[in-house]
Design a binder for this molecule. Structure first.
Ligand SMILES: Cc1cc2nc3c(=O)[nH]c(=O)nc-3n(C[C@H](O)[C@H](O)[C@H](O)COP(=O)(O)O)c2cc1C
Length: 221
């Protein structure tokens, strides 16, 4: 697979088979991801790989919170407040397209709730990861971790694996910290569901749209 094929093949997979990736494969893709560039080569990413057992343990605790309306103090805003109209429109479309793919009506709040809930089950993936970064880093360092994450995703595809990044884990930073016991100086950025795609599930047939070049590129003479 060439790089362009891997990039074009990538999408957020939200239903997985029961097949468990080998830990050697996980180590290999993490090693490849770690070749990502970062300013001054500081490599600010930290990764916690959850075994099947650990993934279930964290999911059980978090689903309990979700189902019982337990709220935790969040450490960063997932979206800016307010979200400008340009971005709000795309976010709305993204959700609407997904619920349409699942045949979930606008007013079917139970089904919508259950789909959001699946985040905390790592969408049924056999393995999970939690990504943290030292809280002293600002925007620049978070961008470097982004480089690592896209590398990881493409390396996973190269190995026949599938992933979904999940900022939803940042909603429960206390529960995550109690479970993975990361140091106080780290902040939870996101989780990752990882495994093999179950292509029979409608959620994995859905693809997101993209803007045309002229909506985000300016050529300056
Ligand atoms: C940092 C990051 C966090 C994300 N968090 C979530 C999440 O919590 N739950 C989810 O279902 N999708 C999540 N996504 C997936 C995005 O919704 C998805 O990437 C976007 O809609 C584009 O679709 P695609 O990945 O299929 O191309 C996240 C993506 C990124 C890059």
């Amino acid at each position: 697979m060439n790089i362009r094929e891997a990039i074009e093949k990538r999408f957020s997979v939200r239903a997985f088979t029961e097949k468990v990736p080998k830990i050697e494969t996980i180590k290999e893709i993490l090693k490849t991801a770690g070749t990502a560039p970062s300013g001054g080569n500081i490599q600010p990413w930290k990764v916690y790989v959850l075994s099947e057992k650990a993934k279930k343990g964290l999911s059980d605790k978090t689903l309990y919170n979700f189902d019982n309306g337990v709220q935790e103090e969040i450490e960063y805003d997932i979206y800016p407040k307010p979200l400008a109209d340009e971005y709000k429109k795309r976010r709305y479309e993204c959700g609407a397209d997904m619920y349409r793919a699942l045949s979930i009506e606008k007013d079917d709040l139970d089904s919508r709730f259950n789909q959001i809930r699946e985040n905390y089950n790592f969408f049924g993936a056999p393995l999970g990861m939690i990504i943290t970064i030292d809280r002293s880093f600002g925007k620049n360092g978070w961008g470097h971790v982004g480089m690592f994450l896209e590398n990881l995703w493409l390396s996973a595809i190269d190995q026949g694996l599938a992933m979904c990044l999940q900022e939803s884990w940042s909603i429960y930073p206390k529960t995550v910290k109690e479970f993975i016991k990361h140091p106080d100086n780290e902040i939870v950025w996101c989780g990752i569901a990882i495994g093999y795609e179950d292509s029979s599930k409608p959620i994995n047939q859905y693809r997101t749209r993209r803007e045309n070049l002229d909506s985000f590129v300016s050529f300056i003479e």
